[in-house]
Ligand binder design. Structure first.
Ligand code: SF4
Length: 341
């Protein structure tokens, strides 16, 4: 998964979706209501071309169930995208869809139009959670579709959510492990946000769903992200992309934070530092050395990690400094009398 890709999104809000999943309102999430057609694709590419870009340019059909759209419309959209690729205006095509909308004929069509990456909304690998969210597909569908996409030679990206109705941190960890077993080329993690005009919003207002707070999301994602990293699977997105509509009131509750990914990275550093400081004598003075690019992640927003570590271990002092340390690692120097540190 290239960090250098420049995504040209074309939203197909709810196109192909057999029904509404309880948490979803793509019109509010994407800020777009009009269904896409070939002209939408050409217009998106024209606008993108006005911005000089040396990164790989990927046209992405997002916000619906692409492969469940009527075949004629899929072909209209894919033809416009392939035309642009042949003209050298874009470098790749990707799309998102549902696990139960993948079969051999669908994959043959996608390959014929040179689609490079298929993103599957798995959301959970727990049957009860899938049912509570009215996803309309099973855990088996995710496994089967993932295997077929991998076997077709296309790249596979899996999306999961945390904090769904009926979900628990344990179920989210299990979902992450099961997704790792599907060997995707990347994952997206979306902690649940309560979006206006969704069934979930009604459940939340009626007191039948407890919101997945930013703290809940940070806590569980700080356990999940290292699992993917250890498996060599890049987390290419964490949290909904902030939009004017979501920030302006459409995100009514839940884990909506414009810097959620940073909060999670910072919590991972806190967890690692805590593990390394286990058993340290109270009153110690500590210096934590990290890679220069990760100083702010170690310190945390508003110096949160420093304050929490000092309190949790009754430390006299905690300092952070840049050093020749591999990314993601922490070198701990500790002393009861640190005048020499
Ligand atoms: S989550 Fe996906 S399948 Fe469900 S309604 Fe939204 S776009 Fe459609």
């Amino acid at each position: 998964m290239s960090a250098r890709a420049s995504i040209i999104p074309v939203f197909v809000p709810h196109l192909g979706c057999p029904h509404a999943c309880v948490f979803c309102n793509q019109r509010r999430i994407t800020g777009q209501a009009r269904p896409a057609d070939a002209e939408t694709v050409r217009e998106a590419i024209r606008r993108a071309q006005q911005i000089p870009c040396s990164a790989k340019r990927e046209l992405a059909f997002y916000g619906g169930s692409f492969t469940a759209i009527e075949e004629e419309r899929q072909i209209e959209l894919l033809s416009a995208a392939k035309e642009a690729m042949e003209a050298g205006k874009i470098d790749a095509i990707r799309l998102s869809t549902r696990p139960d909308a993948i079969d051999a004929s669908v994959l043959a069509r996608l390959r014929a139009y040179d689609v490079e990456t298929v993103e599957l909304g798995a959301q959970s690998m727990d049957e009860a959670v899938l049912a509570a969210c009215r996803r309309g597909h099973t855990v088996g569908d995710v496994r089967r579709a993932s295997a077929m996409i991998k076997a077709s030679g296309m790249r596979l990206v899996l999306q999961m959510m945390t904090g769904l109705p009926g979900d628990t941190p344990e179920k989210s960890l299990k979902t992450a492990e099961e997704l790792i077993a599907c060997m995707p080329d990347g994952v997206r993690i979306y902690p649940t946000v309560v979006v206006m005009d969704t069934e979930l919003c009604g459940l939340w207002l009626a007191g039948m769903y407890r919101e997945h707070s930013v703290e809940d999301a940070v806590s569980v994602c700080a356990q999940i992200v290292p699992l993917f990293e250890e498996a060599g699977i890049p987390v290419i997105r964490l949290g909904l992309n902030p939009t004017e509509d979501l920030s302006g009131g459409d995100a009514v509750a839940g884990a909506y934070h414009p810097a959620l990914g940073e909060l999670v990275k910072s919590r991972i550093f806190y967890n690692r530092a805590s593990a390394q400081l286990s058993g340290i004598a109270p009153g110690s003075r500590v210096v934590l050395e990290v890679h220069p690019s990760q100083l702010s992640q170690m310190i945390g927003q508003h110096r949160e990690n420093i304050t929490r570590l000092r309190e949790a271990f009754a430390l006299a002092d905690v300092r952070v400094r840049p050093a020749d340390v591999p990314c993601g690692e922490i070198r701990v120097l500790a002393c009861e009398n640190t005048e020499n540190l």
